[in-house]
Design a binder for this molecule. Structure first.
Ligand code: NAP
Length: 446
């Protein structure tokens, strides 16, 4: 891939890039099928991505007509890479096996290693014969919605497609590598004012938050809505807060440290709850929820903004869902996309139906939603929330940081890019937006 790197750094033309031979092997972060039982008797917290993620050379797959190879300059850690690396709730090799039965092209994915990663920024280096809108040399970011567009259920809202998958989690050949294999309809233009690592961290989390809050498929938030955001400086929360502020809503951000609270203030979110300081105990023991603690949180919210939330942005899952259902206003919406602390959920249904609340689910975003969310990044209306950067060799450690909630925002990973701050094409626009806004999470973590 070295030749591609040199060509990209020299701003080579599309023809020059197209003339470079695709290597037979490339460097990638993988988990191994033979190790999928390595953590079996351990509690989640002791399952260590540093032991299960390996950097190794892998064979380059064949390119299908509707696909592209991308030279990955940078990628990012998402929570799904944590799940894959600790083999929870299930090893991801089952997904690859199922995809393998799909078609001859699907068969390529069923391998004894899984190349992980669901985000990337880079350069298209080869396109399949059916690709029309992209060409070698195009600078792109990749979204992770992997759908078969010949399935009728994939039209209208492709997240409802029967065979919808998340690239790099339910498919192989993901973004934490020097090369990625993607469908052409996963490509989006790279924001010109961002470096490779700033551009690489957005697509998955930003698109998810866009669908959850802005899209009609999600909460369809309106001006003045009070939106309660768990994990407000985390991956999806950091974008959620920006959408609430941009859309004229009133965010209440929950975080677990003074440093994160100050970061939220800098983002323009003045209603901040430090859950560590408040020491809410929503569970008396593992099986007994404590309604009085839900009430305490509800009172804290009312004291802060004078009313109950129209929308609760929910993802911690078992630990918080009872409280989330309780604090939403009469007729309010609990918007959920995840269950980090446990997926078997308990809440008091009386608080839901007697107050006509609704729980709505969401999962990533369709191509249009991902494109709209990316467009807002390109226009400087949503900022990347890159906090720290690791090299590809260090992906295990980066995933460990996310697993143990030791990070803010997003962790970027340099793949082919040798250094940070490369790949910025439009410095004038960057300066117009303001370095302080673009690098806010980075500076807070310096
Ligand atoms: P993240 O970067 O780790 O952020 C999550 C935040 O949640 C943390 O910063 C933490 O903030 C808070 N948190 C963690 N455990 C909590 C608990 N027990 N109670 C209250 N708050 C807690 O992760 P992320 O990227 O935002 O992803 C969050 C979840 O969404 C993950 O489970 C991920 O797999 C899922 N996800 C789903 C989709 C989808 O398409 N369905 C897309 C993206 C992410 P504080 O400690 O500061 O409070």
């Amino acid at each position: 891939m070295q030749k591609f790197l040199e060509a990209i750094n020299n701003n080579a033309s599309s023809e020059e890039i197209a003339s470079i031979e695709i290597p037979e092997r490339y460097r990638a972060a993988v988990v191994l099928q033979e190790e999928q039982e390595m953590f079996e008797s351990l509690p989640s917290a002791e399952k260590d991505p540093r032991k299960s993620i390996h950097i190794q050379e892998v064979a380059t797959p064949e390119l299908a007509p509707d696909e592209a190879f991308v030279a990955v300059m940078a990628s990012s850690i998402n929570f799904n890479t944590v799940w894959t690396s600790i083999f929870e709730p299930l090893p991801t090799f089952g997904f690859l096996k199922r995809l393998g039965k799909d078609s001859i092209w699907g068969k390529r994915h069923d391998l004894p290693y899984h190349i992980v990663g669901s985000d990337a920024a880079g350069v298209v280096i080869k396109v399949g014969s059916a690709v029309r809108n992209w060409k070698p040399g195009d600078r792109v970011v990749i979204h992770c919605n992997y759908v078969d567009d010949q399935d009728p259920s994939a039209h209208n809202d492709s997240m409802l497609a029967a065979n919808q998958k998340i690239w790099g989690f339910e498919t192989n050949f993901g973004g934490l590598a020097d090369l990625a294999l993607v469908k052409a309809n996963q490509l989006m233009p790279k924001p010109k004012h961002l470096s490779w690592e700033e551009a690489a961290v957005n697509a998955l989390c930003n698109s998810t938050s866009y669908r959850m809050l802005v899209s009609k498929n999600g909460a369809d938030m309106k001006q003045g809505d009070v939106v309660f955001v768990w994990g407000a400086t985390g991956g999806i929360g950091g974008y959620a807060v920006q959408y609430v502020l941009n859309g004229g809503g009133i965010p209440i951000g929950v975080v677990s440290s003074k440093e994160k609270a100050s970061l939220l203030n800098d983002m323009g979110c003045n209603n901040v709850i430090n859950r560590k300081e408040k020491n809410y105990k929503f569970w008396q023991d593992e099986n007994t929820p404590d309604e009085s603690e839900w009430r305490r949180l509800g009172k804290d919210v009312r004291a802060m903004v004078g009313e109950d939330p129209d929308i609760v942005f929910e993802h911690p899952g078992r630990q918080t869902m009872g409280a989330s259902v309780f604090i939403a206003k009469r007729g309010g919406l609990i918007m959920t996309c995840a269950a980090t602390s446990g997926y078997m959920i308990e809440y008091d249904n009386r608080h839901l139906w007697m107050k006509l609340k609704a729980i709505k689910s969401s999962h990533f975003a369709n191509y249009q939603e991902a494109y709209e969310a990316n467009r807002l990044i390109c226009r400087g209306a949503i900022q990347p929330i890159l906090s720290t950067v690791h090299k590809l060799e260090n992906v295990g450690e980066a995933a460990y940081q996310v697993h143990h909630n030791l990070h803010d925002g997003k962790i970027g990973v340099l793949c082919l890019a040798e250094n940070e701050n490369m790949g910025i094409e439009d410095m004038e626009f960057r300066q117009k937006i303001g370095e302080d806004k673009i690098t806010m999470f980075r500076r807070h973590n310096a």
